[in-house]
Design a protein around this ligand. Structure first.
Ligand code: 8YV
Length: 310
């Protein structure tokens, strides 16, 4: 008999097919009466498959008594209570390494898109405005000083891509063996750099690390780029800073309450906004799917998870 798995969000057809071949899949995001569903199925759900941006709500985990594994289609496990998972012996698996290149690629693309006004340039041609006049001049990318917050795999891959464009500095929990200047404080990094790129994991020590003070240190000639998690940024402070011109602009792929983006942020000047697409390429999502399935297969075979974090 197939094991019962709870799927918390939509996945690619490839991953959904792989899950359905192995498990009896229940779609949590499509269930109307969640209490009734849990009354009927909670005692048999042994696996959860979810996205990094969702993890598993603590109250749902608490209601699944035989849950043994949470397989995340992503690298972030900030939305899983890992202390409780460890206490209950629940394994947690992610897709480490696989999406590093895509996220770093997007960070570079967003920096160029933001400073060179690429969305506006595209609209200028597509909407037929060009014959009426040229666009306002944009800002130069090369020669900038790029500050990276978080020098894990993604931060390092971003730094390596940006190094040919200008100077790199970073702020991380620990100093790394890299040829870039280290800043112990994100405020000082923001003060020194032109473009501050967020690539750190979300946790208690990075929650709202980008606050009013850091934004003011970045200043009216500084840009913020976020490809990690919305939780790192005090979004209200960012919105105010953008509307008041206290920073030059922001390129954001992640938000505090996805998929809801406050209207004041959507209408802010000098923003480039994307809907959490950093790992969303066909190639990477397929490789991530294989790792999700490998984590589940390993768990049910009694083996260590290849992408295990708990
Ligand atoms: C995914 C992510 O968009 O890896 C992560 O932590 O946030 C993203 O790559 C998300 O997990 C999609 O399921």
């Amino acid at each position: 008999m197939k094991t019962e798995l709870l799927q918390l969000c939509p996945f690619s057809p490839y991953l959904e097919q792989g899950l359905a071949e192995r498990h009896t899949v229940h779609r949590w995001d499509l269930i109307d009466d969640s209490d009734r569903f849990l009354d009927e199925h909670a005692e048999s759900i042994r696996a959860v498959a979810t996205g990094g941006h969702i993890g598993i709500p603590a109250d749902l985990m608490a209601r699944l008594p035989v849950l043994g594994v949470v397989a995340i289609n992503g690298v972030g496990y900030d939305k899983v209570d890992t202390v409780e998972a460890r206490r209950r012996g629940i394994r947690v698996g992610t897709t480490p390494g696989i999406l590093t290149d895509d996220v770093a690629d997007l960070a570079v693309g967003m920096i160029i898109g933001l400073l060179r006004n690429l969305p506006q340039a595209h609209a200028h041609v597509r909407d037929g405005h060009w014959p009426a006049g040229d666009m306002p001049l944009a800002r130069k990318v090369s020669g900038r000083h790029f500050g990276i917050l978080g020098l894990g795999n993604i931060g390092l891959a971003t730094a390596r891509r940006l190094a040919p464009f200008g100077q790199i500095s970073y702020c991380s929990l620990q100093r790394k063996d890299v040829p870039y200047p280290y800043f112990a404080s994100v405020r000082e990094l923001a003060e020194a750099c032109d473009v501050l790129v967020l690539a750190a994991a979300a946790n208690a020590s990075t929650a709202h690390i980008i606050n009013r003070e850091v934004l003011d240190a970045l200043g009216p000639e500084g840009w913020l780029v976020n490809v990690s998690r919305g939780a790192l940024v005090d979004e209200a402070a960012l919105i105010t800073a953008l509307h008041e011109g206290r920073i030059a602009g922001a390129a954001l792929d992640v938000y505090a309450q996805e998929p809801h983006v406050p209207q004041a942020l959507r209408e802010a000047p000098n923003v480039l906004l994307t809907p959490h697409i950093a790992s969303a390429t066909q190639e990477t999502r397929r490789a991530m799917a294989d790792m999700v399935l490998a984590n589940l297969d390993a768990y049910f075979a009694g083996q260590p998870l290849p992408g295990g974090v708990v």
